[in-house]
Design a protein around this ligand. Structure first.
Ligand SMILES: Nc1nc2c(c(=O)[nH]1)N=C([C@H](O)[C@H](O)COP(=O)(O)OP(=O)(O)OP(=O)(O)O)CN2
Ligand SMILES: [Zn+2]
Length: 136
């Protein structure tokens, strides 16, 4: 059976460094290399949802999707220092951890809109990204 999804793309700029609290600076340099130094990315975030097509012809108005993602994620992440955000106090700010957190937050919000979040893709660079998918 065919499955319909819709996707919206967002961008945000943020700074971070990769480190583990329990390691010394030297050990973090050895573990994470250049990424243990503060640096920035223009992140690209793709949000994909599915649901019933409503009488207006839409699963969810892209404008409404934009408002939710901007309020819950972009407003907090854009021009931020990611390591200072509460959710990453004890977690490395990897694409993996960030996409898992974003999925958890948005899945709950989108459920209230009667749609299902099927995929979050977070690109740290154009060649490096993480994908979290909804369990079938
Ligand atoms: N599995 C992961 N590996 C790495 C992550 C990550 O989140 N998950 N993050 C980093 C760094 O943040 C780094 O800034 C990005 O790494 P990399 O893709 O190597 O960056 P480049 O600028 O070298 O990318 P190119 O497009 O290949 O030039 C490291 N690893
Ligand atoms: Zn990085």
């Amino acid at each position: 059976m065919a499955m319909l999804t819709i996707t919206k793309e967002f961008r945000f700029d943020a700074a971070h460094k990769l480190f583990l609290k329990d390691l010394t600076d030297q050990e973090n340099r050895e573990a994470f290399g250049k990424c243990s130094q503060l640096h920035g990315h223009t992140y690209c975030l793709r949000i994909t949802i599915t649901g019933k097509v409503q009488p207006n012809g839409m699963v969810l108005n892209f404008t409404d999707l934009k408002q939710i993602v901007e309020e819950k994620i972009i407003a907090r992440y854009d021009h931020s220092h990611l390591n200072e955000l509460e959710e990453y106090r004890d977690l490395p700010t990897t694409a993996e951890n960030m996409s898992l957190y974003i999925f958890k937050v948005l899945a709950a919000c989108l459920k209230k809109q009667k749609v299902t979040l099927t995929e979050v893709q977070l690109y740290e660079t154009p060649t490096s990204w993480a994908t979290v998918s909804h369990d079938a």
